[in-house]
Write a protein that binds this ligand. Structure first.
Ligand code: BEZ
Length: 391
């Protein structure tokens, strides 16, 4: 006859059961897909940027055999329409209804800021693959919020460093929302530090493309240079309007995104334009060579900055998942690994500041044919100091 178990034996049996249960659940985890909520625009002004980001993310996952951190990947895709008024509902739907493990998005700063708010409220991991709103890695920074792209200040600042080398006066033109305002602020800071003076900031609402009155005013002011922040479909029209107004030869145009991904559509109007970004055609490193070949094979066209940022978002998530062997419940460990990640990006080395914003090099590019050809590195390891981030 079996004797009743002693207290010690009960404790040992309970511990053994707990270990077995944990093992089973870890095993179940490894075959259960991680749910990736891709909240990107597939309509409107930024539709192409959303598509390129999506392509880049999926390319990295495919290269890992369809898995991240040993777990298959399931996508929940949502068109955010670059509409801030729908962002709260959209992000909450992905988190609360679809129960995604990670939110990835988006392009538009206003939409991404709301995603960051939802991510903070629900303690959901968020990886921002483009939108540069300063507050995301500034006043709203949080342990579970990462960005793989830039803060709007960064490309604006790097552009100002370049423009100040040749010009003493400038006028800025931008869409009136966080991205435009912050990009211009970064430009002004570096341009004026370099001895220049911004004479006037001109703007129009996002995504308005009636640039003519602003170009007329610019021509009247006659600065030595102009800096512009518009993006996506808007940049195609802007660059064409600028050339058609005869300004290309009289007032040199500076900008970050204005030729990215759109050279074929802009044609001769863009030829020779100098821009500053954290990726360029001709960036030389083995990762970039492989990336260009793989992307071109998969999608039938060469990649651009937005594809790189999508690719690196998947790389960053993979770093986190690998550190916990796919066990997404170990959030603190995942975050620790992601914070200290040193990512081999097609853009060059990529690491993260204390506020989880990229620290990266900025390149000068010149538009030749269908390429933004790298000619120089204008700022190395640029770090947004994010003084408002108090994690
Ligand atoms: C933004 O809204 O942050 C943004 C959109 C397109 C290109 C760059 C920045």
């Amino acid at each position: 006859m079996s004797r009743p178990l002693s207290l010690n034996a009960w404790a040992r049996a309970a511990a053994a059961l707990a270990v077995a249960a944990a093992g089973v659940s870890a095993q179940a985890q490894s075959s259960t897909p991680v749910k990736v909520g891709l909240m990107l625009p597939s309509s409107g002004t930024f539709a192409d940027l959303g598509k390129w980001t999506n392509n880049g993310f999926r390319l990295y996952v495919e290269e890992q055999g369809g898995k991240l951190g040993g777990r298959p990947v399931e996508y929940v895709v949502l068109d955010d329409e670059s509409d801030p008024s729908k962002a709260n509902e959209n992000a909450n739907r992905l988190v609360k209804r679809d129960k995604v493990d990670v939110l990835v998005g988006t392009i538009h700063s206003g939409v991404a800021s709301t995603m960051a708010k939802v991510a903070r409220e629900t303690n959901t991991l968020l990886i921002v693959p483009n939108a540069g709103a300063g507050e995301i890695t500034g006043a709203m920074c949080a342990p579970n919020v990462f960005r793989t792209s830039f803060s709007n200040w960064q490309p604006g600042y790097a552009s100002g460093v370049l423009a100040a080398k040749k010009h003493k006066t400038a006028v800025t033109i931008s869409w009136k929302y966080a991205a435009g305002d912050e990009s211009v602020k970064g430009f002004r800071e570096a341009f004026e530090k370099g001895g220049g003076k911004v004479l006037k900031d001109l703007n129009l609402p996002f995504p308005n493309v009636e640039f003519q009155p602003l170009l007329t005013e610019l021509a009247t002011i006659k600065p030595e240079a102009a800096y512009v922040f518009v993006a996506g479909a808007g940049q195609v029209k802007f660059v064409k309007d600028y050339a058609a107004a005869g300004l290309k030869t009289s007032i040199p145009l500076y900008g970050a995104f204005i030729t990215e991904g759109t050279l074929a559509a802009q044609g001769e109007a863009a030829s020779g334009l100098q821009t500053v970004l954290h990726y360029a055609d001709g960036v030389k490193n083995p990762k970039n060579e492989k990336f260009i070949a793989a992307y071109t094979k998969a999608f039938g066209s060469a990649p651009n900055l937005f594809a790189v940022q999508g690719y690196d978002s998947a790389q960053l998530y993979d770093v986190g998942l690998k550190a916990v062997k796919g066990d997404t419940r170990k959030k603190a460990e995942m975050i620790k690994a992601m914070e200290s990640a040193k990512i081999e990006s097609p853009r060059g080395p990529l690491s993260f500041s204390k506020s989880h914003n990229p620290v990266q090099d900025f390149y000068v590019r010149v538009a030749r044919g269908n390429q933004n050809v790298m000619t120089d590195t204008i700022v190395k390891g640029l770090n947004d100091p994010s003084p408002d981030c108090k994690p």
